[in-house]
Design a protein around this ligand. Structure first.
Ligand code: BMA
Length: 368
């Protein structure tokens, strides 16, 4: 499928957080020389402008509640008949040159599934939970603050660059069956407003975090990667000013996103979630529009789906008609390994009917 590139913005003197500050310096690009990334931006923009958004699911075809690596399987497809319009994949452990990611999914499997999803006319997104380069612990190991130390330790700085280079090379290697480069959304250093990751609040000053983005981009640019659509995704409960306090800048970001989960299945939890989404997503969408960027609900979900009507009863109304490119929910872990860790219903789950109704509601895009 070919996509027509629509220049996203040539807007001048744009306001920021309603403050009247100047904003985007985005410029139009000639339609006859678009990069894979620009083609994906146009595809996402067109879906968002038409009132739709891609529905996304992490690790969708790798495993589900009762299966792992079964060709063609997907819990989303098992319930709705179609694959999610967007699939998310994680690069955690690629930094150590591992053959499998942090959840055991082989990187060559991920590359093949990315090509399959692209072939369906769907979209792929990539997150990254890298190890802590100081301690060797995982992303959630905040016992050392690499970004504070990198400023003065050249060796640590080199390690970070070499890890980012491995991620860049993997993304640059993504090709379809005809050898054409596949564009992907890349959402590194996510949820940084929270304090649970080593790159997050409490472990880095805003300037150190922004420098991490500049470093990341410099490494990708050094090998000429042109198939990345960059997504910035802080977590919940932020004012617009707080959201932008760690923003690397319009020249580094294509998608303004946010990650907001619901914690608990009762009415109080649903009301809290709704209020969180409604106080944050509208300004993310508005700022994206002003800056010539796309907006997305980059991670969300209700773990365990204790509310059987969550998709039509909570998620849909929380989104109202905000123009977003996608909504992505997290993974359906194998039941025996992680009993309550799933975000879409699987065949036989009581929320099946509600999810089918959601899928047929008109806005979310799934693929055949
Ligand atoms: C978390 C959980 C973990 C997983 C990690 C990276 O939210 O799903 O079990 O290892 O994401 O995928």
């Amino acid at each position: 499928m070919r996509h027509t590139f629509l220049p996203l913005a040539a807007m001048l003197a744009l306001a920021s957080c309603g403050s009247g500050k100047s904003g985007s310096d985005a410029t139009a690009t000639a339609a006859d020389s678009i990069t894979p990334a620009q083609a994906l931006i146009a595809q996402l923009d067109s879906v968002s402008r038409s009132g739709h958004y891609y529905f996304g699911h992490h690790d969708d075809t790798a495993y589900g509640r009762t299966w792992r690596y079964v060709d063609g399987n997907s819990d989303v497809k098992g319930v709705t008949g179609n694959y999610p319009g967007l699939m998310n994949w994680d690069l955690g452990m690629i930094e150590l040159d591992s053959a499998r990611n942090l959840d055991g999914v082989p990187f060559d499997f991920i590359a093949a599934e990315i090509a399959a999803q692209q072939g369906r006319g769907g979209v792929n997104a990539i997150s990254w939970h890298p190890r802590n380069p100081v301690t060797g612990g995982n992303s959630w190991d905040t016992s050392a603050s690499p970004l504070r130390e990198a400023e003065t330790h050249a060796a640590l700085s080199d390690t970070l660059d070499s890890w980012i280079l491995r991620a860049a090379k993997f993304i640059a290697s993504l090709k379809d069956s005809e050898g054409a480069s596949i564009p992907v959304i890349f959402r590194p250093w996510h949820e940084n407003s929270g304090s649970w990751f080593w790159w997050g609040a409490g472990n880095a000053e805003p300037e150190q975090y922004k420098a991490l983005w500049r470093r990341t981009r410099a490494v990708f640019d050094s090998i000429g990667v042109n198939n990345v659509v960059w997504a910035y995704a802080p977590d919940k409960d932020l004012t617009c000013e707080q959201y932008f306090s760690t923003y690397p800048g319009d020249e580094y970001v294509d998608i303004l996103g946010t990650d907001i989960y619901q914690f608990g299945s009762d009415e109080r939890a649903a009301a809290e979630f709704t209020s969180r989404v409604k106080s944050q997503l509208p300004y993310v969408v508005e700022e994206a529009g002003k800056r010539g960027k796309l907006a997305a609900f980059t991670e969300t979900g209700l773990e365990g789906l204790g509310d059987e009507d969550w998709y039509t009863g909570v998620l849909m109304p929380a989104l109202s008609d905000l123009p977003i490119a996608y909504v992505c929910v997290w993974r359906n872990a194998i039941e025996s390994e992680n009993p309550n860790h799933f975000y879409v219903p699987y065949p036989g789950h009581p929320a099946e009917g509600d999810f089918r109704e959601y899928a047929a509601s008109g806005r979310p895009v799934f693929v055949k």
